[in-house]
Design a protein around this ligand. Structure first.
Ligand SMILES: Cc1cc2nc3c(=O)[nH]c(=O)nc-3n(C[C@H](O)[C@H](O)[C@H](O)COP(=O)(O)OP(=O)(O)OC[C@H]3O[C@@H](n4cnc5c(N)ncnc54)[C@H](O)[C@@H]3O)c2cc1C
Length: 566
């Protein structure tokens, strides 16, 4: 008899474990099956994490386990770039200095990350998902996705496409079939659904190859890698590409070389020779490896020098009826900003919220809207990191212009703009890519506090008195503003919100639940003083009737920032 599950997840990497653990947390009644073709621990590239992953690990209940697993802590990154070989970099801690200056607290986990040995990290998370009640089967390779009607190739504008109803997989007991309501493709670069529906698009500019290996006895240099307890990833450009230098253990470094595919084609020596020559030719790396030798870090690491395709791609669609993609299965940017695992966790979180919300309604149109919101979120994230990577490969060796690029990206994704260029860069490079979606990373706070923290993270502090004086007596009036429904992620579900949108620029501000009523005061007759009075009256309501809202001045400033204040 064919078994039926509410959700089947293909793949037990960071994306699969996150979807499984969080869906289980918020909808424990659902039956979840996770199929993983490998037997863990299995070797995997992608070792340097971003701080943005930690709030998700905390929400999964796995943060303490990761913190106590013996991985080296990562403080930030060092770059040696272009002609000026002066090392520069950033630290995740820079994020909080601004909040601290405003008297706000942010728990340390929001700026904490590690350099992980993926065989151990992925196994820890998969075991964690299983401990929460997810049925995990390792050594179970999915061979085919089952559709209600066999799909042809799906092109843009084809509606929502075919419905997934289950999978066939092979394990020690032979070929098996399971049916499900939702199928989550977390199969990494294998991208089962992307290939089946021919949805993948490759970026010709970022068509790279990565060669990497592990070096025992490699030297530490504080300026590049930090101290053995508190480390950094070091990224060094070379004439033919760039090198990563990641401390994985006190005596083991992961060292990779990324180059355009064309370089490999043009050179007669094999990839291994090219890798060794390139490290030898690099002034910053040569001496660090002088007394080191190659080692293997996992039982299934088959070669000393590994090679992997590092080709940036995205999927034209990432969800459809009964199916969705998460992590590398949906898209892959580039290793330059170490964003892959963070994206798998963050988008895994959003996929779990969307799944839980989908099971909570029987309205098909609503469900479709939720998944479209998920797809839109995904595109925003991928585009932010893709634009940063494209800039890196454009060989415009100017630090300032990379920072400026980060600011441009954050501004486009609806963030407040009064960040310095460097602050914008640090936010992106730490894994906090967009203002709106970052709200769900503060999901354990009450909504108004979470929103304040996001405002703190994405907006620079300002002097209240000066601003209040600036707006004093000025009639409040909106221009180019449109009020519409919006969605956001918060505490395990997709939620409705009202959103003020600038009709011309599409920049928007999500209103706090108690704020819509305040917009009636922006009629040309009222001023900031009237607004503050009304806010005070609303805040004085009994606890049970009170809804989260900003101060009048905060609301005015934020409306000004999206350009809708006349
Ligand atoms: C060269 C390079 C360097 C990188 N460096 C970094 C870095 O420093 N930091 C960082 O954050 N990211 C880095 N990344 C990216 C990172 O490795 C990925 O983004 C991350 O692993 C994605 O997680 P995932 O869960 O989506 O996929 P994966 O981790 O690949 O997991 C997918 C899982 O699905 C399983 N699977 C596949 N097919 C099937 C099937 N048919 N049936 C059942 N199971 C299946 C696989 O066995 C695997 O366990 C790098 C990537 C590359 C290419």
């Amino acid at each position: 008899m064919t078994r039926h599950y509410d959700v089947v997840i293909i793949g037990g990497g960071p994306a699969g474990s996150t979807v499984a653990a969080l869906t289980r947390r918020y909808a424990p009644q659902l039956r979840l099956l996770l199929l993983e073709r490998a037997i863990f621990p299995r070797h995997h590239v992608g070792e340097s994490l971003l701080a943005g992953a930690s709030p998700v690990l905390e929400e999964m209940g796995a943060y303490e386990k990761v913190a106590n697993a013996g991985f080296l802590e990562k403080l930030g990154a060092t770059f040696i770039w272009g002609r000026n070989r002066e090392p520069w970099g950033f630290e995740f801690d820079e994020l909080i200095s601004q909040l601290v200056a405003q008297g706000k607290r942010l728990p340390r986990l929001y700026t904490r990350a590690w350099q992980v040995r993926r065989a151990e990290y992925d196994e820890l998370l998969l075991r964690h998902a299983a401990s929460l009640g997810v049925e995990v089967r390792q050594g179970a390779r999915v061979t085919r996705v089952l559709w209600e009607q066999e799909p042809g190739s799906v092109s843009d504008g084809d509606g929502w496409g075919p419905r997934a109803i289950g999978v066939e997989f092979v394990d020690g007991r032979g070929l098996q079939t399971v049916h499900c309501d939702w199928l989550l493709d977390c199969s990494g670069q294998q991208a089962l659904i992307g290939h089946a529906l021919k949805l993948r698009e490759y970026d010709p500019q970022m068509n790279n190859y990565a060669l990497f290996a592990y070096w025992q006895g490699a030297k530490w240099l504080y300026e590049y890698t930090g101290y053995p307890e508190l480390t950094r990833i070091c990224i060094i450009t070379t004439p033919r590409g760039w090198i990563w230098y990641i401390p994985l253990k006190r005596d083991v470094m992961s060292v990779g070389f990324v180059t355009h595919r064309q370089t490999l084609k043009e050179l007669p020596e094999g990839p291994e020779q090219l890798y060794l020559e390139e490290l030898q030719a690099c002034d910053e790396v040569r001496d660090l490896l002088k007394e080191a030798h190659l080692t293997r870090i996992a039982a299934d690491q088959r070669r000393d020098v590994c090679a992997i395709q590092d080709w940036s791609y995205r999927s034209r669609r990432i969800s459809g009826p009964g199916w969705a993609m998460v992590g590398d299965a949906a898209g892959f940017v580039d290793p330059i900003l170490s964003s892959g695992v963070m994206l798998a966790h963050e988008l895994g979180q959003k996929a779990a919220y969307t799944l839980v919300s989908s099971f909570a309604t029987s309205n098909a149109e609503e469900i479709r809207r939720y998944w479209e919101f998920y797809a839109q979120t995904y595109r925003t994230y991928l585009q932010a990191y893709r634009d940063m990577a494209a800039f890196w490969y454009s060989n415009n060796f100017s630090l300032e212009s990379w920072f400026w690029q980060a600011r441009r990206i954050l501004a486009r994704s609806g963030s407040e703009l009064n960040l310095s260029d460097r602050q914008a860069f640090t936010r992106l490079a730490s894994g906090y890519a967009t203002r709106a979606e970052s709200l769900s990373l503060f999901g354990s706070y009450p909504l108004h506090e979470a929103q304040q923290l996001v405002n703190g993270l994405f907006g620079a502090p300002y002097c209240r008195e000066e601003l209040a004086a600036q707006y004093e007596g000025r009639p409040l009036h909106l221009k180019d503003a449109e009020l519409c429904d919006g969605l956001y992620y918060y505490q395990g579900a997709v939620r409705q919100t009202r959103r003020v949108v600038n009709r011309r620029t599409q920049r928007y501000l999500d209103l706090h639940p108690g704020e819509e009523v305040l917009l009636s005061l922006f009629d040309g007759a009222h001023t900031l003083a009237h607004l503050e009075e009304t806010v005070k009256a609303l805040q004085a309501l009994p606890q049970t009737q009170r809804l989260p809202l900003r101060s009048g001045l905060d609301l005015v400033v934020q409306l000004e920032m999206i350009g809708v204040l006349a």
